[in-house]
Design a protein around this ligand. Sequence first.
Ligand SMILES: *Cc1c(COP(=O)(O)O)cnc(C)c1O
Length: 344
Amino acid sequence: MSQHFASDNYAGVCPEAMQWFLAANQSGHEPAYGDDQWTQRACDAIRAAFQTECDVFYVFNGTAANSLALASLCQSYHSVICHEVAHIETDECGAPEFFSNGAKLLVAQGENGKLTPQAIESLITRRSDIHSPRPQVVSITQSTEVGTVYTIDEIRAITDLAHKNGMSVHMDGARFANAVATLNADPADITWRAGVDVLCFGGTKNGLPVGEAVVFFNRELAKDFAYRVKQSGQLASKMRFISAPWLGLMENDVWLRNARHANAMARRLHDALLDIPLVDIMFPCESNAVFVKLPQTAIDQLRAEDWRFYQFIGAGGCRFMCAWDTEPEMVDKLAAAIAKACAK
Ligand SMILES: *Cc1c(COP(=O)(O)O)cnc(C)c1O
């Protein structure tokens, strides 16, 4: 079986998710548009994992989840503060601005892909006149786009600042599972108990065929969200085929097992690359990604051997991403290929 390191989205569906997908198909006819038993059960499973009454919605992908969540947190004349490498800024084709009818993203810099209270505060206080859109939301990514993880204290410092300024907090959790696995924390402790208002809880990269959950801990903000989902073409008519596979992830904590495995594979790669002199590791390896700078000749060599990886962080930055099913043998092969390419 071939495996790649370009994206955790290259991986297929994990067996547990597939099993529930098939089970949902064997139950005969079911109410459509989310009024079915599977969707009910999947929402309950997510509520149980977070130990709170929250409002849960399912959409197709992360771009829709983030954009619609952000649109529900702000008006068109507001702004959203995020990190300069945030997915919502760099990889969603302007969807957050589009779905919010023009809310502006304000980007901040910060070490290791993380926002800091200082950086956020300087954007909040920079302007207070009506000529600049008023900051209304802070968006953080957990785990981050560069594979790092916010600690509970870091999250709390950001949410405290946001709430003090009357702002809401959105968490892009496309790889939320990986962060929970790394922190070994209670999911509630790094979300609503730490002040997060809405979480886009990623399932696809964790082993689902399709589908992300938008979880509103602040239920006021979920008012009319169902209409937004429908209007944007994100309401699946046969919803059970998006929701039922979530039961496969949530039951027996398969989502955490998948994430722990992906994280362990990244750690294995990271450790194997540590001693190669020409490999420059760019960020702490805290989830399922390893970012390195490699000599151009090594990059060319790896590409010629058909290794796939993304290069989107500046000059020379290569991203190797591990998935729920990445095999240790593949990691070892990749590490050996990188060592060889760097030795030339
Ligand atoms: C993958 C990803 C998403 C979702 O992307 P889609 O391709 O729209 O599913 C969102 N945020 C982050 C940080 C991601 O890595």
